[in-house]
Write a protein that binds this ligand. Structure first.
Ligand SMILES: [Mg+2]
Length: 408
C-alpha cells in the first residue's frame, strides 16, 4: 500500500530543538529532528520548501526524495538545507520502520552490537568544577565524558590558558573516566599545536575540532604531530564534506550529526565511507531525543561505530520556566537508560515455570521505526506556548579585549 505523504509539520520546542512530524495518508506518523542550534527560523523556512515539494510523494521512496531534495534544486549542501533534509529523512525512516513493523537498524542490515557506548558532556571553568561534574556523570552510569578544552581564546593568547586545560584534564582523569577534549574550533594553528602537545601525555580519548572545519591540511599536520585521536565532523554536511579530511588523513574519528549531515540515510553512508579509511564513527548529538534515537539506529548497525554523544542532563542556556531535557518529550524515557556506560544493554526478563527457568533477553531499541514514542500532545502544547512567547535560542557572540570577534 503506498504511503503518500499527507502532512509535514515542524515544532519549535525548548531548550533549542526543532522536531519534524510527517504523517501519511494511511495515518502512519514519523518523527524527525532538524535542530540547527541558533538557526531555527532558517531551517523552518527550508522545511516549508521541502513540505511544498514532497507532500503527495510516496514516503517509501526515501532515496528518491533525498536525491531530489539534494540534487534537483541546483544549490545544495550546507547546514540549513541539510538540517531540513535530515529532519525529513529521519521521519521517513521512522515511517518505513513502523509500516514494516521493524526497527530501522534491521533495515540497515541488522545489528552488529548489543549495546552502544555513550558519553556525556561536562561543564565548569575550574579544575574542581570539572572534577565534581565528572563525579556526577560517573554516578549517572557514564564511563566517558567530554568537556571544552578552553574558554574564549585569542589568536595568540597567553600560554597560561593552556596550563589551565591540563589541570582540568588531570582532575577528570582522577575519577577514572575517559575524557574527550573539544577545542570547539576556538584555537588557531599556533596555539592548537601547543595545546595538543601539552594534552598528549594525559591521553585524552580524543581531541575534537582542534581547528575550524575549514582547515583539512592544517588538521592533517596536527594529526602527524600528536598520537591523540583527532575527531571532527559536526560542521560537515554529506560525504562530500568529509572527503578531504579522509583523503588527507586528517581525522581518526568522524563525528557527523544526524540532524545536519543528511539524516539516517547519509549518516549510514558516511559510516561506510569512513570505515574504508579506518576512521571510527562517533555521531555528534548534543540534541534532542529524536536525533539520539536516529543515531542509535546507525550505531547498532555500523561496524566502525565507537561512541555516541548524548545530551541527558546537559545544562542548556534555557529561558526561565523553559527547562527541558532529553527525556522530557518521551512517553517512555527508560529507552535511554544508561548501564555501565552503555545504552541498549540487553534487558533480562526472567520467566519461571514449574520445572525450569528461562532468561529471555530483549534488546533495547527493538521498537519499530526509530524506537521511541514521542508525547505528541506535550510537544504540540509546549511548542505553541514557546513559539508565541519566545524567540529561538542564539549562541552568544564573543569578542576579545581588542573588540575583535572570537569563535564561540
Ligand atoms: Mg564539538
Amino acid at each position: 500500500m503506498p504511503s503518500t505523504i499527507a502532512k509535514v509539520e515542524a515544532f519549535r520546542v525548548p531548550p533549542r530543538w526543532l522536531f519534524v512530524r510527517v504523517e501519511t495518508m494511511s495515518g502512519v506518523v514519523g518523527w524527525g529532528e532538524a535542530t540547527l542550534e541558533g538557526h531555527t527560523q532558517a531551517v523552518e523556512g527550508a522545511l516549508g520548501d521541502l513540505t511544498h515539494r514532497f507532500v503527495g510523494w510516496d514516503a517509501d521512496n526515501i532515496q528518491d526524495i533525498w536525491q531530489t531534495a539534494y540534487r534537483a534544486r541546483f544549490y545544495r549542501g550546507g547546514p540549513v538545507l541539510m538540517s531540513a533534509l535530515s529532519g525529513l529523512d529521519i521521519a521517513l525512516w521512522d515511517i518505513k520502520g513502523k509500516k514494516l513493523g521493524v526497527p530501522v537498524w534491521q533495515l540497515l542490515g541488522g545489528k552488529v552490537r548489543d549495546r552502544v557506548k555513550v558519553y556525556g558532556w561536562i561543564g565548569g571553568d575550574s579544575p574542581s568544577d570539572v572534577y565534581n561534574a565528572a563525579v556526577e556523570r560517573k554516578s549517572q552510569g557514564f564511563t566517558a565524558v567530554k568537556m571544552n578544552a578552553t574558554d574564549s581564546i585569542g589568536w595568540l593568547d597567553s600560554p597560561s590558558v593552556l596550563t589551565d586545560a591540563v589541570a582540568r584534564i588531570e582532575e577528570v582523569k582522577r575519577t577514572g573516566l575517559d575524557v574527550g577534549l573539544d577545542f570547539h574550533g576556538r584555537l588557531h594553528k599556533g596555539m592548537a599545536k601547543q595545546l595538543a602537545k601539552l594534552l598528549e601525555p594525559h591521553m585524552p580519548l580524543f581531541i575534537e575540532e582542534p581547528l575550524l572545519p575549514t582547515q583539512p591540511e592544517e588538521i592533517a599536520d596536527l594529526s602527524r604531530l600528536v598520537s591523540t585521536p583527532i575527531a571532527l565532523g559536526e560542521r560537515l554536511y554529506t560525504r562530500s564534506d568529509f572527503r578531504p579530511y579522509l583523503e588527507k588523513r586528517a581525522i581518526d574519528i568522524a563525528q557527523p550529526d544526524v540532524s545536519h549531515c543528511g539524516g539516517i540515510s547519509e549518516l549510514h553512508r558516511i559510516a561506510s565511507l569512513t570505515e574504508t579509511y579506518d576512521v571510527g564513527l562517533a555521531p555528534h548529538c548534543p540534541l534532542g531525543p529524536i536525533a539520539l534515537a536516529a543515531c542509535m539506529q546507525v550505531a547498532i548497525s555500523a561496524p566502525n561505530f565507537v561512541i555516541q554523544e548524548m545530551s541527558w542532563k546537559v545544562r542548556y542556556h534555557t529561558l526561565p520556566n523553559q527547562e527541558a531535557d532529553l527525556y522530557t518529550y518521551l512517553s517512555h524515557p527508560s529507552v535511554f537508560e544508561i548501564k555501565e556506560g552503555y545504552l541498549g544493554l540487553l534487558h533480562g526478563k526472567l520467566t519461571v515455570s514449574s520445572l525450569s527457568r528461562t532468561l529471555y533477553l530483549m534488546p533495547c531499541f527493538a521498537g519499530p521505526g526509530i524506537g521511541i514514542e514521542i508525547n505528541e500532545q506535550l510537544v504540540r502544547e509546549t511548542s505553541a506556548n514557546y513559539t508565541s512567547k519566545h524567540t529561538p535560542w542564539k549562541n552568544p557572540v564573543w569578542r576579545g579585549e581588542d573588540g575583535f570577534v572570537r569563535e564561540w
